[in-house]
Design a protein around this ligand. Structure first.
Ligand code: FE2
Length: 245
């Protein structure tokens, strides 16, 4: 957090977007977001939740707790200026990236061999994964309709295009791709012609144009095996992208 504050306060961007998975619990994430925003008053902090942020016995309550953060995009679109608007929410997954040969029920149990997808243990939504994903899709589409004709930056935690889901031809990995996101977020982005799409969740960095959309995923991976540098400042700074609009 100190390193993040150092970067934000020295670079002083107008807006800083975090695409989820700050901590493993809504209260902890909310506290850190509030702290960061208080310590960096010149920058507007925007946030969408990840799966870890809603680890709670009642994930809907966790989701609502996180809405207390004013920069949570789940509260509604944020206009950057007359032309640009940021629209998004954390989202969820509906198995559209799942591999063939498994049923919806198997994906919903989230178990392959002796590994259970952690969300199945730590996140507790009132409805099925697909219903929860639909809730996000409807909400986001409503906002996209409201802002048609503007330059839109769309943000979700989960992956919008299968292009960015890593396939290893190993079912012990590929089975869990079902929990990576939903192609329907990508369909919305294409339908409403968003300019840029920022997401998280996966631990591989991407910055490229895909179907005319500038797609950015720039996570900070698990320490130490996913880090490129032994130096925390260097690694954290490398996980930050600067966009000019
Ligand atoms: Fe995640």
């Amino acid at each position: 957090m100190a390193i993040l504050k150092k970067w934000i306060n020295s670079d002083s961007p107008d807006v800083f977007i975090i695409s989820g998975d700050m901590t493993a619990g809504p209260e902890k994430s909310l506290n850190l977001l509030n702290q960061l925003q208080m310590d960096c008053p010149q920058t507007k902090l925007l946030f969408v939740h990840g799966n870890h942020d809603v680890y709670h016995e009642d994930s809907m309550l966790g989701y609502e707790t996180l809405l207390q953060f004013p920069g949570n995009l789940g509260n509604g679109p944020v206009e950057l200026n007359e032309d640009w608007v940021v629209i998004g929410d954390g989202g969820w997954y509906d198995y559209t990236f799942g591999i063939d040969g498994f049923s919806t029920e198997e994906f919903s149990l989230g178990k392959y061999n002796d590994f259970t997808w952690p969300d199945k243990t730590y996140a507790h939504w009132p409805k099925s994964d697909q219903d929860e994903t639909n809730r996000y899709l409807e909400k986001i589409e409503g906002w996209l309709i409201d802002y048609q004709g503007k330059n839109i930056i769309m943000v979700s935690h989960f992956v919008p295009f299968s292009q960015f889901v890593i396939k290893k031809n190993d079912p012990s990995w590929d089975f869990f791709n079902a929990m990576m996101g939903s192609s329907r977020f990508g369909e919305l982005a294409l339908k409403y012609g968003v300019e840029k799409y920022i997401f998280g969740h996966i631990h591989t960095r991407y910055h490229e144009f895909y179907n005319g959309i500038e797609v950015i995923c720039n996570p900070l991976g698990y320490y130490p095996h996913e880090w490129n540098s032994a130096n925390a400042e260097k690694e954290i700074f490398s996980g930050i992208k600067v966009l000019e609009i």
